[in-house]
Design a binder for this molecule. Structure first.
Ligand code: NAD
Ligand code: LMR
Length: 340
């Protein structure tokens, strides 16, 4: 079983850093939306990790069942399930990291923004409970539309007087995972050692693949570059269509969410130079208050924003197209909280 566990861990830690397994170096992690398509496999991956000491599973349904099931796995993380509003405060007490995949997913024909009306209030209520019970927790938001749910979370935390922009993250890791996979496939590379930054936001044209900065470096004729760019931007829709009404990406998202959470846990416990890409409050693009770009994580969250780096002319055009859409999505999120 140890072998199986470490195999699984290796698949979610391609950055290759050693995990620290001493007791004090473990994180207490809560998952909100733990019974869902993402929540269950994400919780499984977290339960497998020596980086996690406690796993607090919150949902409006089935959380005790998911918790009972996971609690039989022979790893140290202590698993507790919390069901419904009246148990929400307990779910978020004394936690270091809260990952939020709660909310409805897309069906074919929908945009991520079509989820706003349902998911905005779900995210707002969860973040409020986190702010009230673990105001210093790192909060990682998966629920769509991420471009708006992160500003919603920020405004809710501001109202509570506990907002720290270094501790709030929109999870865009799946875009990078997809870019790594598609570019590696196109060039016959090993996807596990291919690194392709994706910046901007997490929907359609706001997703900006920066293939010019890929490591190892790659180049494509423009028509192929166009196609790969659109495939990365529309990869979520590719899965929504293939699932034909049964939801959106869950397993690849669980992988990506676990990967991001492990980076937060490592940074929290003092590992240096933990690099990720995340949608955060930002000043790297003037007039765009939230933007995803490479960052260095530390004990207190975002330690350094590494910015955009050098973009090709093609990528600069993608950025120009993304800006008004991001601004609109951000404003919509901020106004939702202002009005409520
Ligand atoms: P799902 O419907 O399978 O699961 C959602 C879970 O949230 C359910 O268990 C549901 O009971 C729970 N939930 C609903 N309201 C809640 C509340 N108020 N408090 C706590 N839990 C609540 O959906 P899924 O496929 O897991 O997707 C979840 C979200 O993640 C969607 O919004 C989807 O668009 C988004 N998503 C984001 C990314 C990304 O890259 N950021 C990738 C995939 C999916
Ligand atoms: C994704 O990128 O897979 C998610 O944002 C889900 C979706 O709606 O596409």
């Amino acid at each position: 079983s140890r072998f199986v566990s470490s195999q699984l861990l290796n698949t979610v830690s391609k950055n290759g850093k050693q995990f620290s397994t001493s007791a004090k170096n473990k994180a207490r992690v809560a998952v909100a939306g733990a019974s869902g398509g993402i929540g269950q496999p994400l919780s499984l991956l977290l339960k497998q990790s020596p980086l996690v000491s406690e796993l607090s599973l919150y949902d409006i349904v089935h959380a005790p069942g998911v918790a009972a099931d996971l609690s039989h796995i022979e790893t140290k993380a202590k698993v507790t399930g919390y069901n419904g509003n009246e148990q929400m405060a307990d779910a978020f007490k004394n936690v270091d990291i809260v990952v939020i995949p709660a909310g409805v997913p897309r069906k074919p024909g929908m945009t991520r923004d079509d989820l706003f009306n349902t998911n905005a209030s779900i995210v707002a209520s969860i973040v409020k409970a986190v702010g009230e019970n673990s105001p210093k927790a790192f909060i990682a938001i998966i629920s769509n539309p991420v471009n708006s749910t992160v500003p919603i979370a920020a405004e809710v935390l501001k109202k509570l007087g506990v907002y720290d922009p270094k501790r709030l993250f929109g999870v865009t890791t799946l875009d990078i995972v997809r870019a790594n996979t598609f570019i590696a496939e196109a060039k016959g590379l090993d996807p596990a050692t291919t690194h392709v930054p994706v910046i901007g936001g997490h929907s359609g044209v706001t997703i900006i693949p920066v293939i010019s900065q890929a490591k190892p470096s790659v180049s494509f004729p423009q028509p192929e570059l166009d196609k790969l760019t659109v495939r990365i931007q529309e990869a979520g829709t590719e899965v929504v269509k293939a699932k034909a009404g049964a939801g959106s990406a869950t397993l690849s998202m669980a992988y990506a969410g676990a990967k991001f959470t492990f980076s937060l846990a490592k940074a929290l416990h003092g590992e240096s130079n933990v690099q990720e890409i995340s949608y955060i409050e930002s000043d790297v693009v003037p007039g765009v208050k939230y933007f995803s770009s490479p960052i260095i994580l530390g004990k207190n969250g975002v330690e350094k924003n590494l910015g955009l780096g050098t973009l090709s002319d093609f990528e600069k055009k993608l950025l120009e197209t993304a800006i008004p859409e991001l601004q609109k999505n951000i404003k919509k999120g901020e106004e939702f909280v202002a009005k409520s």
